[in-house]
Design a protein around this ligand. Structure first.
Ligand SMILES: NC(=O)c1ccc[n+]([C@@H]2O[C@H](COP(=O)([O-])OP(=O)(O)OC[C@H]3O[C@@H](n4cnc5c(N)ncnc54)[C@H](O)[C@@H]3O)[C@@H](O)[C@H]2O)c1
Length: 284
């Protein structure tokens, strides 16, 4: 199964990052958003990100232009027809993703792989929306996709070996380390990471220490590159609550119940870096 043309659906922080990584790795990319303005704005963001690489001497200008030229922004779902692999990276909501999978199945050519970048949701539920469940899997990048070296390749019960192998080959050609994981909420990383992040928010609620000191403590004491509140802000608090909800739904472990203050912050629009403010303020 030779993947050459890749569709990315959803142009948020992850969709844009995956589009950049794939185009930089030589793939032709169709970047689909619900509006052409959003898709074009994401492409402009990718150009800016590549310009920083040029300024640092890590990329030359001709390569930058070639990478940008490989990305076609669109608002038309039909433009994904001739993609060999489509990765959806829209909001972490099972209802939205199920509708999208049925649409993708209807427009994508026979044999194309349909993949999800979901952090926690059930991949088999998405696979069963398609008439090609053997061609569906999870390809889970990490944030920021341009920098993080891991991709979890998630195998739902229905996936064919050649689908999983093609997904792993794609991830490796993107310069990533691919790990295999079964279709369980949170896969490997988020199932282990999110109880820790949730408990950091609980510790803050209990007044044990300030968020700044908890961040300093976990960086200095565990050699983590980011503290828990910096990481929650990077992931996005809406996505974090959705991840915890999905983990709780599957495992019923109280450690996965989102701390109430996290949900309140989402309700207040404090989503983290992407909204300008979360635990920290990024507007200055
Ligand atoms: N944020 C992370 O750290 C991270 C890491 C790995 C995977 N993911 C996963 O990637 C996916 C996207 O997350 P993100 O961080 O890019 O979020 P984001 O909020 O930056 O982007 C979400 C995208 O979904 C689109 N969207 C919102 N509602 C929609 C709808 N009803 N129909 C279609 N599109 C809609 C938005 O326009 C936007 O393009 C989620 O499944 C998330 O779990 C996130």
């Amino acid at each position: 199964m030779d993947v050459q043309r890749v569709g990315i659906v959803g142009s948020g922080q992850m969709g844009g990052g995956i589009a950049e990584v794939a185009a930089r790795s030589g793939y032709e990319v169709v970047l689909r958003s619900r509006t052409i303005e959003a898709a074009t704005a994401t492409l402009a963001g990718i150009e800016k990100s590549l310009a920083k690489q040029v300024a640092k001497g890590k990329l030359d200008e001709a390569d930058q232009a070639a990478i940008v030229a490989r990305i076609t922004p669109t608002a038309e779902i039909d433009d994904l027809f001739d993609c060999d692999l489509v990765i959806e990276s829209v909001v972490e909501d099972i209802t939205v993703k199920k509708v999208l999978f049925a649409e993708l199945d209807a427009v994508c050519k026979p044999g194309a792989i349909l993949a999800t970048n979901t952090s926690t949701l059930s991949v088999i539920e998405l696979a069963m929306q398609a008439k090609r469940p053997e061609r569906v899997c999870g390809i889970h990048f990490f944030n920021p996709a341009t920098l993080m070296s891991l991709v979890e390749v998630v195998r739902p019960l229905t996936a064919a070996d050649e689908t999983i192998n093609a997904a792993k080959t794609f991830a490796q050609r993107c310069g990533k380390d691919a790990v295999d994981v079964k279709d369980r909420a949170g896969f490997i990383v988020n199932a282990l990471l999110f109880p820790y992040l949730n408990n950091a928010a609980r510790m803050l609620d209990h007044g044990t220490a300030s968020m700044e000191d908890i961040d300093v403590a976990m960086k200095g004491g565990c050699n983590f590159p980011l503290g828990p509140f910096q990481l929650l802000d990077l992931v996005g608090l809406d996505t974090s609550v959705a991840i915890l909800d999905a983990l709780y739904l599957e495992f019923k472990d109280p450690n996965f119940t989102p701390v109430p203050s996290l949900r309140r912050m989402v309700e207040a629009g404090l989503l983290g870096r992407k909204s300008g403010r979360g635990f920290y303020d990024y507007r200055g």
